[in-house]
Design a protein. Structure first.
Length: 183
């Protein structure tokens, strides 16, 4: 994190031991900003804890990970982000950044940027990964500013990517970041 912050933040890969905390954080994020995520609160709540453990640390997919940002003073989880490397041989040069969320009370402190920068650094260290893709809900200006400032560029928009349970249509913006250590 940058100097001058009120409370230091630590970022680390989550393990199976973090599954309950991660699950609770995701459920809160789904309540806070439901149109930012494709999964609904009820769908995610119905997932068994074993599924959550596999999602955050799967031995079958060792390059995939979820990072958590923690307030060092309270040990409270204040942010998350995940990375999935595509499994098919001809797509293994791509990874997807997903599930980016920061607690509303901790926004505008550089936590999102720190999570993305750490994710990009770890992605660059994965053999063969050359680019990171993401998508966000159109109209989310905070996400748009953050992703642009981290070097992502828009390459398309998907109209009607999501139809919320209350009937709201949400378009998704697709972005890419080529990794510095690749052609």
């Amino acid at each position: 994190m940058t100097s001058g912050q009120a409370e230091p933040i630590s970022i680390r890969r989550l393990t199976h031991d973090d599954a309950e905390t991660y699950r609770a954080f995701v459920l809160q994020a789904l309540q806070d900003t439901p149109s930012a995520f494709i999964v609904t609160y009820d769908e995610y709540r119905a997932k068994p804890i074993e599924w959550v453990k596999e999602r955050i640390a799967s031995p079958q997919q060792p390059h995939d990970f979820v990072l958590g940002a923690f307030d060092q003073a309270s040990s409270e989880m204040v942010g998350i982000v995940g990375l999935d490397v595509l499994p098919r041989i001809q797509e293994r040069h791509k990874a997807h950044l997903y599930g980016m969320a920061v607690s509303p009370s901790c926004r505008a402190r550089g936590i999102g940027r720190a999570l993305i920068e750490r994710t990009l650094a770890e992605a660059a260290g994965i053999q063969g990964v050359r680019q990171v893709l993401l998508m966000y809900s159109e109209g989310n200006t905070a996400a748009e500013r953050l992703y642009h400032s981290c070097g992502f560029v828009e390459f398309g928009r998907e109209p009607r990517a999501m139809l919320t349970v209350n009937g709201q249509v949400v378009n998704k913006v697709h972005m890419i970041r080529l990794l510095d250590n690749q052609e």
